[in-house]
Design a protein around this ligand. Structure first.
Ligand SMILES: *Cc1c(COP(=O)(O)O)cnc(C)c1O
Length: 360
């Protein structure tokens, strides 16, 4: 068998021990009875997943008691609407958006269905750095500030806390949740679709501070209401049981790996190895300013673009998959999510060195 090195941007690689565990659990849960997919979400077996995932997330992210954890559906894209629906205080309320790449652009565009969002800065059209803080046009009359902590397509990531006059900070953390200890102090809300760094598609994590939870009130229908999900422990209706269960296995795995600090160190080492190879000379090239580079998604180009198709074909033949850049930007991209091992990254670096030798 050719080895398989999966660098997909999402859905993406799951840790090997997690896949093993799923295989063991699938025919029958705990060696008896039906599998987790075939029992009630209100059963004792599933209740263990509900409780354990809460406890593990709180522990790994060191979440204080004034945050609630919700497991929702509809992907991060639904949160582009649910955030303004729940957090805007009234019909004339405003919200602020920082646009640093395609995903925050989408969040900003979607917000227009609910309010007149205020754009505090945009990195368009190049999206090769975080818009510098001194260029942000901050406004006071907003109910929250939305940022995307990691731009999956452009490979741009926040590495510091953001605090503007205590305006509640809302973070789309879909592609970097659990890649490091949270750099945000006292944030308001963080959401993440599971399928990049947390588990399979189908479940969306929302972490919300208690004072923001009160804003939902009873004006929103139950399925769109954060407060309802908090009160019902995310069991108002049938949750995506299988995805939630796999997320719980991933959380267990992170803990077993030594927790979030250990994962972070490993992510830094992986990213360092790849960025160093890209920056070694001018054969490969990363367009992003150094201070804004992502630990998770590394877009890169080859100085002769006509070599990129060849690179992808040879890479695939050697077992490397998911290296094509997003269709909107082209080029190449390697995603280095938690489950991607240092061994995978060193293999990729070696492949890149050989490719350069042959074509440089
Ligand atoms: C993938 C992604 C999304 C969209 O997620 P869906 O679950 O497909 O809706 C939103 N934001 C970021 C940062 C992403 O990487």
């Amino acid at each position: 068998m050719t080895p398989c090195y999966n660098f997909s941007a999402g859905p993406s690689l799951l840790p090997e021990p997690v896949v093993q565990q799923i295989r063991e659990d699938l025919p029958n849960w705990n060696g008896q009875g039906p599998s987790i997919m075939e029992i009630s979400h209100r059963s004792k077996a599933f209740d263990e997943v509900v409780e354990e995932s809460q406890t593990l997330l709180r522990e790994l992210l060191q979440l204080p008691d004034n945050y609630q954890i919700l497991w929702m559906q509809g992907g991060a894209s639904s949160q582009f609407s649910l955030v303004p629906m729940n957090l805007l205080k009234g019909p004339d309320s405003k919200a602020a958006y920082l646009v640093s790449g395609s995903w925050s652009q989408k969040a900003f565009d979607t917000a227009h269905y609910h309010t007149q969002p205020h754009l505090i800065a945009s990195g368009a059209p190049d999206f090769d750095r975080l818009p510098p803080r001194k260029l942000w046009e901050v406004r006071e009359d907003v109910d929250y500030l939305h940022i995307t902590s990691n731009e999956t397509i452009h490979g741009i990531q926040f590495h510091h806390n953001v605090n503007i006059n205590d305006i509640p900070l809302v973070i789309d953390g879909s592609s970097d949740i659990l890649c490091r200890p949270l750099p945000y102090d006292n944030f308001g809300l963080l959401y993440a679709g599971a399928q990049k760094n947390l588990g399979p598609a189908g479940v969306t994590l929302v972490i919300i501070r208690d004072d923001l939870l009160e804003r939902s009130g009873d004006r929103l229908a139950p399925m769109f209401n954060y407060q309802n999900f908090a009160t019902k422990k995310s069991l108002y209706n049938t949750p995506p049981v299988f995805s939630w269960y796999v997320c719980n296995l991933v959380l267990r795995w992170i803990k077993a790996e030594g927790g979030i600090e250990a994962i972070h160190r490993q992510n830094q080492n992986k990213a360092f190895a790849l960025y160093s190879e890209i920056g070694r000379d001018d054969f490969y090239h990363n367009p992003v300013e150094i201070a804004s580079r992502s630990l998770m998604n590394v877009p890169f180009r080859i100085h002769k673009p006509e070599l990129e198709a060849r690179f992808l074909a040879e890479a695939e033949a050697a077992g490397f998959i998911g290296l094509k850049g997003h269709r909107s930007v082209g080029g190449l991209r390697a995603s280095l999510y938690n489950a991607v091992t240092p061994h995978h990254v060193f293999a990729l670096v070696k492949f890149m060195q050989n490719f350069k030798k042959q074509h440089g």
